[in-house]
Ligand binder design. Structure first.
Ligand SMILES: Nc1nc2c(c(=O)[nH]1)N[C@H]1C(S)=C(S)[C@@H](COP(=O)(O)OP(=O)(O)OC[C@H]3O[C@@H](n4cnc5c(=O)[nH]c(N)nc54)[C@H](O)[C@@H]3O)O[C@H]1N2
Ligand SMILES: Nc1nc2c(c(=O)[nH]1)N[C@H]1C(S)=C(S)[C@@H](COP(=O)(O)OP(=O)(O)OC[C@H]3O[C@@H](n4cnc5c(=O)[nH]c(N)nc54)[C@H](O)[C@@H]3O)O[C@H]1N2
Ligand code: SF4
Ligand SMILES: [Mo]
Length: 866
């Protein structure tokens, strides 16, 4: 058997180490790396299912020009020619790169160098604009650089951890487990500040369900309370400018937080009384029209108390994507240079220009993401290269972004698959080598740099992203792009960081410039002679001229779009446990796809009742920018007047559920980050003529008013709803599923029901169940039938004695909700541990433990009510 290779998980910013073993047939086994400092062997459900997402099915294997396969020379020459030509005719600012926090550092470095040093424009921006830009702006305003002061160990050494706009349990699960383990060991208290009740609230001592956008008001309340309690650290305040102004602004804060007064006071008391406090923040903070101010409101409280950069203390922005941090370091944002140098500082520019031997340095910030697509729509950007991201699905006002891309003169997309909303619009589609097929480095949330390593062959002609970028640069006639591989790029980058450190910058990995890339161990930066990977700022030295930190006076602002009569609901958006963004990879795993197989919107019971919406109904949302149809989930996890919908579904998987079509392109004036969590929408029940559930052994694409398709072990499953009545269900089924042989059906036109199965070579190919209301069939049972003999499929029920396991809750051991509820009821189980002993559920990655706890709680309330 082959050796295991150390690599890093390609999903979230926790940056867990993995051990990979190729099976020699294109497959892979994956386990947590016990020696990686981020996870010490743990993985979450997504990491544990990585093996199900590799492989060549659905992959792009050759460059495509206007949809036709070609070779690299033809494709790269075309890209270089068109970019050179556009620049010659319309200037460097007529082209743009839109890249990704999922790129490896080496890819990112080459893209940034090409655009900012050689094309001579700063029109390179990244999906990190939708993700980390407010934090970057807040850090720079307070610290003088974009520095994350703390380390993961701080979560374990803290006595109080505050999660602000972070659903850590689902989005950074391994970090959350480290936190829960610390809570077990030392009784760490946890506070969640989030408008809705999330899985992260399950083990929290306090949940502050603030009004959407009210974070500045909450932290201003805290800062005022700190001042009133005499809790300002006078010694540390010597290193801080603006203390008095910030406190005055905090005292003058007038916005209502929506949090009961006593709860808010309790929070302030806890925070002030607990020196070892870590405030974790994420997209509930960043994705806001006041995102940068929210960040500074949090930083103010830590600066005022000197609780920063010491064990168990500090503000902690957790990064979303695996290399969000690396992208910030290389300067992937349109307003940054490289290695935390400033684009607008002539000395910094000169130093980088000299180092790159660059002909034409950009000297002013380029277009930020929203501006870039707007410029494309207006014809100012005439050539666009989109790499490792899917903006037609994930940018705000996504329908207009889609139109902008479709209307742009020349669009290049690099992806691993052609089946994305964005890739379908490309003139040139370039096949990228995927995770586990390429080498590079990533930096996680606590500044730890880790290697990703190749263990599988890339299919067909697919190649790493850095290679495509360097090839285009060379073909455009630029010197300085003759790297022979990622190791060489990394060394160049490490040397440049030494130059940056000469300007007194934080980021310095010059100590790695001569390290052996092949055996590089995870290292937290800085790594340089005399400096190594600890915390920042405990010494009170910051990176502004003069060396002091700055506290900013900030005042809360409500979300930009005001709710109104026609648009009374505030739409919050975010992530679910087992899917990654637009699902191009996590959606390939049947296990991950069975947790929540359909797009939904969470509605408070009072709002649902007022609108006559019942559980499992479909609802239509509308906003000034778009419309969507989603499945209703009625729950008091959201407050009245608020809705929550996940971001993951696209034109490929559920075209009526592209949530970003509803989100206006409103941004924070400081950071340019869109307000992705506070659109205003109207809502109505959507009454379809019929509702269907389908399973099939092959992929299919319905074309009805609503459909959502998901992967299963036996093929695919889909929810469908149509607005036009259907006369001949057998013909309709053949249209939906494609060619098959015999059909068996029961149709009852009077009752509007149909049950129908199609067979191919004696095996069940597809089945469709239709009713006038959402159909009641055992979905998880049916999902397993395609490819089998199909006996009794039309009953829609499992045989007596084989219960339907229900939707998958524990992805690791394949345990469904029904099985867990039955075990709780029949076995009288009362704890998550007992469920684990009985069914194994929750005993591996632990991602489902909060949901098991909820089932237990629900059961306990039921018993109490009986
Ligand atoms: N399973 C999974 N994990 C992921 C990802 C994924 O796609 N799937 N993506 C990764 C990426 S790129 C990122 S950026 C991170 C994101 O990680 P998180 O930021 O934790 O995730 P979100 O669900 O986007 O949003 C977090 C919370 O913000 C809350 N919120 C909304 N408005 C407000 C507000 O005004 N104030 C406050 N305080 N809270 C508010 C939402 O209710 C939500 O629970 O996750 C990473 N991890
Ligand atoms: N409403 C709303 N919108 C949001 C958010 C929200 O919370 N609410 N969150 C925002 C945030 S924080 C983020 S980070 C974005 C994420 O949004 P995106 O970055 O647009 O989403 P992904 O699905 O991660 O897109 C990655 C693409 O890269 C492709 N890919 C995979 N591997 C490779 C590779 O090795 N090379 C190349 N070239 N391509 C590859 C994948 O197939 C996929 O098409 O969404 C943002 N949009
Ligand atoms: S927490 Fe999960 S998704 Fe994030 S890096 Fe670790 S295994 Fe991957
Ligand atoms: Mo993100």
């Amino acid at each position: 058997m082959s050796r295991e290779t150390r690599s890093t998980c390609p999903y979230c910013g926790v940056g867990c180490g993995v051990l990979l073993r190729a099976d020699g047939a294109g497959g892979l086994s994956v386990r947590g790396d016990p020696d990686h400092p981020a996870n010490r062997g743990r993985l979450c459900s997504k990491g544990a299912a990585l093996a199900e997402t590799v492989g060549h099915a659905g992959r792009l294997t050759a460059p495509l020009v206007d949809g036709r396969p070609t070779d690299w020379d033809a494709a790269l020459d075309l890209v270089a020619d068109r970019f050179r030509d556009t620049i010659a005719r319309h200037g460097p600012d007529s082209v743009g790169f839109y890249v990704s926090g999922q790129l490896l550092t080496e890819d990112y470095y080459v893209a940034n160098k090409l655009m900012k040093g050689f094309i001579g424009s700063a029109n390179i921006d990244t999906n990190s604009r939708l993700c980390m830009a407010s934090t970057v702006a807040g850090h720079r305003r307070a610290f003088g650089t974009d520095t994350v002061p703390g380390t993961y160990e701080d979560l374990e050494e803290a006595d109080l951890v505050v999660l602000v706009g972070s659903n850590l349990a689902w989005c950074h699960p391994v970090l959350h487990q480290r936190l829960l383990a610390a809570r077990q060991a030392r009784g760490t208290r946890i506070v969640v500040i989030d408008p809705r009740r999330t899985a992260s609230c399950d083990q929290a001592d306090l949940h502050l369900a603030l009004s959407p956008g009210a974070d500045v008001a909450v932290f201003n309340r805290l800062l005022a309370a700190i001042a009133d309690a005499g809790a300002v650290d006078a010694d540390f305040a010597q290193n801080v400018e603006g203390l008095d102004h910030a406190i005055a602004a905090a005292r003058a804060e007038g916005m209502d937080t929506g949090i009961p007064e006593e709860t808010l006071r309790e929070f302030c008391r806890m925070w002030i009384a607990t020196p070892r406090v870590v405030t974790i923040f994420s997209q509930g903070v960043n994705q806001s029209s006041s995102g940068a101010d929210k960040v500074n409101a949090i930083l103010n409280c830590h600066l005022a108390t000197g609780r920063i950069g010491r064990p168990g203390m500090g503000p902690f922005s957790v990064t979303g994507q695996p290399n969000a941090m690396g992208g910030r370091e290389v300067g992937g944002l349109a307003n940054m240079l490289a290695c935390h140098l400033d684009l607008e500082d002539p000395a910094h520019r000169q130093a980088v220009q000299d180092f790159w031997d660059a002909p034409r340095m950009a000297d002013r910030p380029g277009l930020k993401a929203v501006e870039m697509f707007r410029a494309a729509a207006e014809g100012q950007i005439k050539a666009l290269w989109i790499i490792h991201t899917n903006p037609a699905a994930t940018m705000p006002d996504a329908e207009n972004v889609r139109r902008a891309i479709a209307g742009c003169d020349f669009v290049v997309v690099s992806d691993v698959t052609g089946a994305t909303d964005t890739a379908r619009l490309a003139h040139v589609l370039l096949p990228a080598a995927a995770w586990a097929e390429k080498d590079g480095t990533v930096t996680n949330s606590d500044r730890t740099i880790s290697r990703q390593r190749a263990v599988l062959a890339a299919p067909g002609q697919s190649r790493p992203d850095w290679w495509m970028l360097a090839q285009v640069a060379r073909r455009m006639g630029f010197a300085g792009f003759d790297h022979d591989g990622p190791a060489q790029i990394f060394r160049e980058y490490a040397r440049l960081s030494g130059v940056a450190a000469g300007f007194g910058r934080d980021f310095d990995i010059s100590g790695l410039a001569r390290a052996d890339y092949d055996t590089l161990q995870p290292r937290r930066w800085p790594v340089a002679p005399g400096r190594s990977g600890g915390r920042f700022f405990a010494d009170g030295r910051f990176f502004h001229p003069g060396g002091k930190a700055r506290m900013l006076p900030v005042t809360a602002r409500a979300p930009a779009a005001p709710a109104s009569g026609d648009l009374p609901f505030r739409l919050n958006t975010g992530r679910i446990r087992d899917q990654w963004h637009t699902m191009t990879r996590s959606g390939l795993s049947p296990r991950l796809s069975s947790h929540l197989p359909e797009p939904f919107v969470d509605i408070h019971p009072a709002d649902a009742a007022a609108q006559g919406i019942a559980h499992a109904d479909l609802v239509r949302l509308h906003s000034p920018t778009g419309r969507a149809i989603l499945r209703a989930r009625i729950t008091d996890a959201v407050r009245p007047g608020q809705l929550f919908a996940p971001i993951h579904w696209t034109g490929e998987t559920a075209p009526s559920a592209r949530i970003d079509t509803l989100i206006p392109a409103v941004t924070d004036p400081i950071s340019g980050q869109p307000e992705s969590k506070a659109a205003v929408v109207g809502m109505r029940r959507f009454d379809a003529a019929w509702y269907g559930f389908a399973v099939s052994d092959r992929a299919f694409r319905p074309d009805h008013a609503y459909w959502a398709i998901a992967r299963t072990a036996a093929g695919y499953r889909a929810e469908i709803a149509g607005s036009a009545p259907v006369d001949d269900w057998e013909a309709e089924a053949r249209r939906i599923f494609g060619p098959a042989g015999d059909a068996v059906s029961f149709c009852d036109p009077a009752r509007g029901t149909a049950r129908l199965a199609l067979f191919r070579d004696g095996r069940l190919a597809s089945a469709l169940f239709v009713a006038r209301r959402p159909v009641a069939v055992m979905r998880d049972h049916l999902a397993g039938l395609p490819g089998g003999d199909g006996t009794d499929v039309l009953t829609g029920l499992p045989p007596i004695g084989r219960p339907d396991p229900g939707p998958m809750l524990c992805s690791c051991f394949g345990v469904g909700v029904n099985s867990i509820v039955t075990a709780i009821e029949d076995g009288g189980l009362t704890s998550v541990e007992a469920v684990g002993e009985s069914l194994q559920a929750g005993t591996n990655c632990g991602s489902c433990r909060p949901e098991i706890a909820q089932l237990l709680a629900r059961q306990a309330t039921r018993c109490a009510a009986e």
